[in-house]
Design a protein around this ligand. Structure first.
Ligand code: F6P
Length: 357
């Protein structure tokens, strides 16, 4: 008999359901008796004992379905050790519900913050396996996270569609791509869609260099420019500020996001017509693409195999195209960012893409 708890935490993304299905199929094919308890809305369900015994029917037909059948919520790691508004000790509450159900272990799907809490639960003696979910692809220890490729597809399509209208109107378009503090999604969607300028947090930009790039295109008669800007893009000037100084700047910030600040500067300095497009949460929405479906079936199956081996305290990552068990203590709390000196940046620059640096 195996008794497993499962939860999805943090921002949703494509293929969460596919990953859970992979775990459950991998286990049900290989153990005689199995109980899967689904905790609802992330760690919230584990803290407050909001769960249900799931059946095979819950996992049927969900390979291709976006979102998460368990629901999700953000429960910041830094607040986990603080009591809730009624004085409840959240960590003790999670342990209590785990032991009450007599679980063999928990499978936890989420991003960096989720992983830190999973590691905390490991330190508290619970059996946990983490599956790396996020469109940001910023989890250390895995080459790729699930949701990332599906989000690339969506962001790419958004930029593709902007291309035609930008060309018709001879405009500068800035498409703002998600990715939190890293530029993986913007870099990949930007390259896939032929963006002329790509701005990512790892390579702070100089507005004059961006303008030079636009003028260079105008000179050769292109007449329009596509900029893929990460939501976390930052100017060289701002990158030099201390955390405190940057916070101070943001207090009086008049733009909805960095793309609007860049647009304003371009418009003022060049007189070009500039438009900003923000696909936003659409990048996390809808069905997983085939790549993510396969990835999640593999990660889920690999998690099932680890459970059968009774190996816990790990993340199942993808390294050199193979699944790998990575100790949580190695991965938790580390960010995987784009290397500004990496070959992909050199290759992008080689084909004329500007990073505004
Ligand atoms: O981590 C995924 C992500 O979509 C980031 O790219 C983005 O910065 C953030 O979540 C948005 O968070 P929320 O869904 O809370 O608005």
């Amino acid at each position: 008999m195996k008794r497993i708890g499962m939860l999805t935490s943090g921002g949703d993304c494509q293929a969460l359901n596919a990953a859970m299905r992979g775990v459950v199929k991998g286990l049900s094919e290989n153990v005689d008796e199995l109980e899967i308890y689904g905790f609802f809305n992330g760690y919230h369900g584990l803290i407050y004992g909001n769960y249900r015994l799931l059946t095979g029917r819950d996992f049927s037909g969900i390979l291709t379905m976006g979102g998460t059948i368990l629901g999700t919520s953000r429960q910041p790691f830094k607040l986990m050790k603080e009591p809730d508004e009624n004085g409840l000790d959240k960590v003790e509450a999670m342990k209590h519900n785990y032991y009450k159900l007599n679980l063999d272990g928990l499978v936890i799907l989420g991003g960096n913050g989720t992983q830190k809490t999973a590691n905390l639960l490991r330190e508290e003696g619970l059996n946990v396996i983490h599956l790396p979910k996020t469109i940001d692809n910023d989890i250390w220890g895995t080459d790729v996270t699930f949701g990332f490729q599906s989000a690339i597809d969506i962001a790419t399509e958004a930029i593709d569609r902007i291309h035609t209208t930008a060309a018709s109107h001879h405009r500068v378009f800035i498409v703002e791509v998600m990715g939190h503090k890293v530029g993986w999604l913007t870099l990949n969607a930007g390259m896939a869609s032929g963006a002329d300028i790509i701005l990512i947090p790892e390579i702070p930009y100089d507005i004059d260099k961006i303008i030079k790039g636009i003028e260079k295109r105008n000179k050769i008669g292109k007449g329009f420019t596509i900029i893929a800007a990460a939501e976390g893009a930052i100017s060289k000037k701002d990158a030099k500020l201390s955390k405190k100084e940057f916070k101070e700047k943001m207090k009086n910030y008049k733009y909805p996001s960095v793309s609007y600040e860049i647009a304003d500067a371009i418009q003022k300095k060049t007189g070009s017509e500039v438009r900003v497009v923000v696909p936003g949460h659409a990048q996390r929405g809808g069905d997983p693409d085939p790549y993510d479906r396969v990835l999640c079936t593999r990660l889920g199956a690999a998690a099932a195999m680890a459970i059968l081996d009774n190996e816990w305290g790990i993340m199942i990552g993808m390294v050199n195209r193979g699944t790998k068990r990575i100790p949580l203590e190695e991965s938790a709390g580390k960010l995987k960012a784009v290397d500004p000196e990496g070959t992909i940046i050199k290759e992008a620059k080689c084909v004329g893409i500007s990073f505004g640096d």
